[in-house]
Design a protein around this ligand. Structure first.
Ligand SMILES: NC(=O)c1ccc[n+]([C@@H]2O[C@H](COP(=O)([O-])OP(=O)(O)OC[C@H]3O[C@@H](n4cnc5c(N)ncnc54)[C@H](OP(=O)(O)O)[C@@H]3O)[C@@H](O)[C@H]2O)c1
Length: 328
């Protein structure tokens, strides 16, 4: 089968097209003929060797896939969160992300546990469906399972041009929340508006937290979902009393300083979130099913063999939404 593999850890150039044998059958696992896969920043961390435990070269990276079950012919999307376990609060010790150690989705075939296969949303192309799983799951859990967002509340989504954030805007809008965003350009604010955002500010303006607060009439937002990390202090200052900040990424920094007294006087909560459980994924697909006409924002679709180029693009930050690799 055609695949793109890592033969060493390093920069995008270590991603190489290769012919590999198709995966050997395994009890309880199903072979999926992958039609399209999508990139996540996590793939770049795997490629760079930030998750080295158990990786055997040549390693096929990739967590997101849409394709066809070779046993039944059903069109499926793959839940990339493997072996979550029984506890909805957090994954158990066996939890792993598809493509970390287990061979991933940058290939014509991927083997996945049968309970990680879900029907593809009706009417969706493989390239649209491949753009959904990891980002959609992360957005869903951050907004709803962890953030407890309800209709009528106001959520602030940071960095609305991102793959997770652009999906979060649409999901939050779909349940009847008021959605505010930050982004780097007017064009991306406009894109977020088209996805359902009610207002937005440029995070290049140092006064962005005050501008967000002004958009809420001074009250602040009920929920912030933050994948940036370096933004915690500002994000908390845009939050209403009793509000929640859900953190799930560290694009800007992996440490943050917060005003502890302000946090406790304002009765605010900081919550961590990572990807999601099978229940979250089922919830995502059910919500998406009702969002007629919505599709994830796809920046571009490249052939599988252009994976190295796609990684370089993602790391340069020159994309909006998802980058998809078409396998055919
Ligand atoms: N914990 C998990 O389970 C999980 C799952 C998925 C992703 N993540 C993490 O979440 C982050 C986002 O993932 P992604 O797939 O959405 O990546 P992405 O598509 O590359 O998006 C990154 C976005 O970050 C935004 N950004 C950068 N600096 C910012 C700042 N100072 N303030 C506000 N926004 C800023 C940019 O928004 P604009 O384009 O609007 O400027 C950019 O589009 C990554 O760090 C990723 O590793 C974690």
């Amino acid at each position: 089968m055609r695949a793109v593999v890592l033969e060493a850890f390093g920069g995008p150039e270590v991603l190489r097209p290769r012919e590999l044998p198709a995966p050997a059958p395994r009890d309880g696992w199903v072979d999926v003929r992958v039609q399209a896969c999508a990139l996540n920043p996590h793939d770049c961390l795997v490629r760079a060797g930030r998750y080295p435990d158990g990786v055997r070269f040549p390693h096929v990276p990739g967590s997101d896939a849409a394709g066809v079950r070779t046993d039944t012919g059903e069109e499926v999307v793959v839940l990339p969160s493997l072996f979550w376990g029984e506890d909805e609060r957090a994954p158990g010790p066996d939890w792993e992300i598809l493509g970390d150690r287990t061979p991933g989705t940058y290939a014509e075939h991927v083997l996945v546990p049968e309970d990680c296969l879900y029907p593809r949303p009706a009417g969706w192309s493989a390239t649209d469906a491949a753009a959904l799983p990891l980002a959609g799951l992360t957005a869903f859990r951050a907004l709803f399972a962890r953030g407890r967002l309800r209709a009528g509340e106001t959520v602030l989504v940071l960095g609305a041009g991102g793959g997770v954030a652009s999906t979060a805007v649409a999901l939050a809008h779909a349940i009847g929340a008021t959605v505010l965003v930050t982004s780097s350009t007017e064009e991306k604010l406009e894109l977020a508006h088209g996805l359902g955002a009610n207002g937005g500010v440029l995070y290049t303006d140092p006064a962005w937290p005050q501008r967000v607060r002004a958009l809420t009439g001074g009250r602040g937002v009920d929920l912030v979902i933050d994948s940036v990390g370096s933004t915690w202090a500002e994000a908390l200052s845009a939050l209403a009393a009793g509000g929640r900040l859900v953190s799930f990424g560290a694009t800007g920094a992996s440490t943050a300083e917060v005003d502890v007294r302000r946090l406790y006087f304002a009765q605010q909560s900081i919550l961590g979130s990572t990807m999601g459980s099978p229940r979250d994924f089922a919830g995502l697909l059910a919500l998406v099913d009702g969002m007629r006409g919505w599709r994830p924002v796809v920046d571009r679709i490249l052939p599988l063999e252009a994976a190295a180029e796609a990684h370089a693009l993602m790391e340069s930050g020159g994309h909006t939404g998802k980058i998809v690799l078409n396998i055919g």
